[in-house]
Ligand binder design. Structure first.
Ligand SMILES: NC(=O)c1ccc[n+]([C@@H]2O[C@H](COP(=O)([O-])OP(=O)(O)OC[C@H]3O[C@@H](n4cnc5c(N)ncnc54)[C@H](OP(=O)(O)O)[C@@H]3O)[C@@H](O)[C@H]2O)c1
Length: 211
């Protein structure tokens, strides 16, 4: 399978690109900074330069079997960038999938994106953007999966998670999020599903197979 990961130099994305290569898939990472290309090449992934705020993603995803939206404006960014990256970029990716007749779209969302009542006020622009992006994807008619990780850590992964439509708040290493995404791409049972993922007691493969 040829997979394109948007936000290709992100911490989750680089882990995912490495896993995809290990599993024998084609892996392309879409990055905006040409200086990041060598890092992707060292993983065996193909870099594609495109700033999703100022350019279309149509050419970036050409030839792909599946796409993953793993970009994000980041915690220090202004509310406007949540709209242009977290929402606008995700919507551009839907349009690029349509233009290229790609149906499989996996979204890196966030735990609580589906719980507006739990949003702290200062995080509201971020969660509003993530919730709107998820809603756009759900109604796009693509073969989507929405993965909502808990709070991300850089601790080593354990490959043990809890994946459920509605989890209590929790933490999860980025290693394990990437592993879940790699499994989801290979698991058609996850098409049309949305679920939270946090550290837990079930091996990733089994947790994904049970969705
Ligand atoms: N932090 C949490 O606890 C948490 C919890 C749940 C979900 N999430 C979600 O998980 C996502 C991935 O996490 P992460 O740690 O892998 O994030 P990350 O390391 O910040 O990666 C995000 C990537 O998006 C890229 N990007 C930003 N603006 C772009 C643009 N205009 N064009 C192209 N690429 C652009 C960034 O590129 P540059 O390197 O060029 O800036 C960066 O590489 C987050 O963005 C967030 O939505 C986060």
């Amino acid at each position: 399978m040829d997979v394109v990961v948007i936000g290709g130099h992100g911490k989750i994305a680089r882990r995912l690109l490495g896993l995809l290569i290990e599993r024998g898939h084609g892996a392309r990472g879409v990055i905006r900074n040409p200086d990041h290309a060598a890092d992707l090449e060292s993983l065996g992934a193909e870099p594609f330069i495109c700033d999703l705020e100022t350019e279309e993603l149509t050419d970036a995803v050409a030839g792909a079997d599946a796409v993953v939206f793993a970009a994000g404006a980041g915690p220090g960014s202004e509310p406007e960038r949540k709209k242009t990256v977290d929402l606008g970029g995700a919507v551009k990716l839907i349009e690029a999938c349509r233009a290229n007749e790609i149906s499989r779209y996996v979204m890196v969302s966030s735990i609580n994106a589906d719980h507006p009542g739990d949003w702290p006020e200062q995080m509201r622009p971020y969660f509003e953007a993530k919730a709107a992006a998820d809603a756009e994807l759900e109604k796009a008619g693509l073969a989507h999966t929405i993965v909502r990780p808990g709070s991300l850590s850089d601790e080593p992964g354990t490959a043990m998670v809890s994946a459920a439509p509605d989890s209590p708040y929790g933490v999860i290493p980025r290693d394990d999020v990437a592993l879940v995404l790699a499994e989801v791409l290979e698991a058609d049972n996850t098409i049309g599903k949305s679920f939270d993922v946090v550290s837990g007691e079930t091996p990733v493969k089994a947790a994904v197979a049970a969705r």
